[in-house]
Write a protein that binds this ligand. Structure first.
Ligand SMILES: NC(=O)c1ccc[n+]([C@@H]2O[C@H](COP(=O)([O-])OP(=O)(O)OC[C@H]3O[C@@H](n4cnc5c(N)ncnc54)[C@H](OP(=O)(O)O)[C@@H]3O)[C@@H](O)[C@H]2O)c1
Length: 273
């Protein structure tokens, strides 16, 4: 990966940190996107020390804010006119309904609209890379969801896990629509399930799972498919697929609905302005 520029969002957390470390280990220039400058800075130091790779840089953004997504995209594009890999990994789970500063349900804001906007705003550096890879960390939880068209912001009826599952379904629909729209450009788009991993989003969201921690995947195991999709020659040129354990898998029928993917793209454009 020497010479490749890789952006990893949600880099202060389990799978994102392990993905960033793995890519740095392979020699890539790694751009960590994190909302907490102190933890992000500490992680940058730790990765540089552990891998001997000094080409690890921190970009600060709270991805629930459209303005901050725009600002960080501008900073990244100004510093790196070529981006080879974008790992849209940051994710949030909120049990109770919360809204972002822009008045958007929080899981929509962080899990779908932020990666949608960041990817769109980084299109120029991604195109400049020639064969860039855009990777969405989705989840098998997407199988629980249908897009709630009549109440997308889920104001009438909110159930945290369902709202999370909807955004993970959106990650796959976005990936498939992005693949369709970038066909022939060299850019590829992939979505993945990392396994059930002992990270904050899971253990904080579902505390009883702490009892079963030793049966869950480690952060490094969770990072194996994102790293594979970012770096492996086997994934080169493959686009629009959903991956589990470094292999293509069938997502739910709802995730294969091309009309829904198009409609979601248009809705997302309206939502991010
Ligand atoms: N763990 C699992 O079993 C599992 C299974 C399937 C899919 N996933 C997906 O894997 C991805 C990574 O999650 P994880 O399991 O590694 O959990 P995690 O340790 O909680 O990591 C989540 C990351 O997202 C960041 N983040 C959350 N809200 C943000 C915001 N508003 N702005 C910027 N960054 C924000 C967190 O930053 P802070 O450190 O500042 O909070 C953290 O770095 C998520 O998309 C999740 O849906 C996880």
């Amino acid at each position: 990966m020497r010479g490749k520029v890789c952006v990893v969002t949600g880099a202060t957390g389990g799978i994102g940190a392990a993905t960033a470390r793995g890519l740095a280990q392979r020699g890539a220039t790694v751009l960590l996107v994190a909302r907490d400058a102190v933890r992000g800075g500490a992680l940058r130091e730790e990765i540089a020390r552990a891998t001997g790779n000094e080409r690890v840089h921190l970009f600060r953004a709270d991805l629930s804010s459209r303005a901050q997504v725009r600002a960080v995209a501008r900073e990244i594009a100004a510093a790196h006119p070529r981006v080879d890999v974008l790992v849209n990994n940051a994710g949030a789970y909120t049990f109770r309904r919360r809204e972002s500063v822009d008045g958007v349900e929080m899981q929509w804001a962080v899990n779908h609209l932020a990666p949608f906007l960041l990817t769109r705003l980084l299109m120029e550096p991604l195109r400049a890379a020639g064969a860039a890879r855009v990777i969405a960390v989705s989840s098998e939880a997407h199988r629980l969801a249908r897009l709630p068209w009549g109440d997308m912001q889920q104001r009438r009826r909110y159930f945290g896990l369902r709202a999370y599952a909807v955004t993970k379904l959106a990650n796959i629909l976005f990936t498939r629509e992005l693949a369709r729209r970038t066909a022939g450009t060299g850019i590829t788009a992939s979505a993945l399930h990392p396994g059930v991993v002992a990270t904050e989003i899971l253990l904080g969201g579902f505390p009883p799972l702490r009892l079963f921690r030793r049966f869950l995947r480690t952060h490094e195991q969770g990072a194996s498919t994102p790293i594979f999709l970012a770096s492996s020659p086997e994934a080169e040129g493959v686009t629009g697929k959903y991956w589990i354990d470094e292999r293509p898998a069938d997502p739910s029928p709802a995730a294969l609905d091309d009309d829904a993917a198009r409609r979601l793209w248009e809705w997302s454009e309206e939502m991010v302005g």
